[in-house]
Write a protein that binds this ligand. Sequence first.
Ligand SMILES: NC(=O)c1ccc[n+]([C@@H]2O[C@H](COP(=O)([O-])OP(=O)(O)OC[C@H]3O[C@@H](n4cnc5c(N)ncnc54)[C@H](OP(=O)(O)O)[C@@H]3O)[C@@H](O)[C@H]2O)c1
Length: 300
Amino acid sequence: MKISNQTVVIITGASSGIGKELALALSRKGARLGLIARRADKLNDVAWEGMKKGATDVWAMACDITDRTAYSEAIEEIITGFGRVDVLVNNAGVGHVGYVEDTPDEHIESVFAVNAFALWYGASVVLPHMKRQKNGQIITISSLAGVMPFPANAAYVAAKHAAVGFTRALRSELAGTGIDAMVVLPAGTTTDWSTLTEGGPILPLFEYEGKRGAEIAAELEIETPDMPSLLPPEEIARQIMELIEHPVPEYHTHPGSRELAEEYRVNQLELENRLHPFWLANREGYLRLQDKRREKAGST
Ligand SMILES: NC(=O)c1ccc[n+]([C@@H]2O[C@H](COP(=O)([O-])OP(=O)(O)OC[C@H]3O[C@@H](n4cnc5c(N)ncnc54)[C@H](OP(=O)(O)O)[C@@H]3O)[C@@H](O)[C@H]2O)c1
């Protein structure tokens, strides 16, 4: 789909990170935008910046996408305002920190609500419009964690796997309709995601795992796989723009990421063995984190 000043794109999670950068990149092409996220102040700032950068029009709708009624109404209002919808980008997402046995129900539920359940809510509203138009795209931002595992955030990993399954199933339902569904699988991206995780920031655990994992690998003489390097959100946004114009069903953004996912799929046991140093380091770091939290709770 050629992006022009007629293209209407709805982006969830547009108040920061990848969603914000995508909104600004689309603005430079003059697109018409419907932006959705909870933090109204940040969302309005993105909308103003988008207008300054050349967006034809921007609607900012502060809303929690886990509230099906509020989210559906926000999308309907945007579509009524613009008269059509070309692309829905399911970008909003939240992670958490916790091993399976420590994850409270409210974190399992909140993580699934944003990363998985809301995909049905958004698609159910845009699809009747896209079917009438006989075209459209639904782009869902999953993660490398949607096709392979990472410890200490199983609810996120499972919900991002659900996002991949959702897109695969949706594609099968959309055959012959002119509507496309795609899933994007980013690896580490330099946004606030890893500091806003439910249950506290997961970033210190990732940092500990990387450093200590290398030491354990050297001690055990294990050759660990190269993990994809961090990319900035501007680069992910640039790639999503490419994807809109040149669709690919399942799109890896980071160099080396597709190969890693493929190795996991065809040779799981061997890759797990090579990842063990990182996973052992993760457990060590997680237990230290738990001890620190207990100490802090005891001293207050
Ligand atoms: N950063 C990474 O390393 C990484 C890697 C792979 C995949 N991803 C995925 O990329 C997507 C974008 O994340 P990011 O890295 O750009 O992080 P981010 O800056 O934290 O962005 C997350 C966005 O989701 C919105 N959001 C969260 N819960 C919401 C809710 N209930 N209702 C509406 N909006 C909600 C947030 O806005 P409000 O708080 O204002 O609502 C924010 O705009 C996510 O799906 C994430 O899982 C990130």
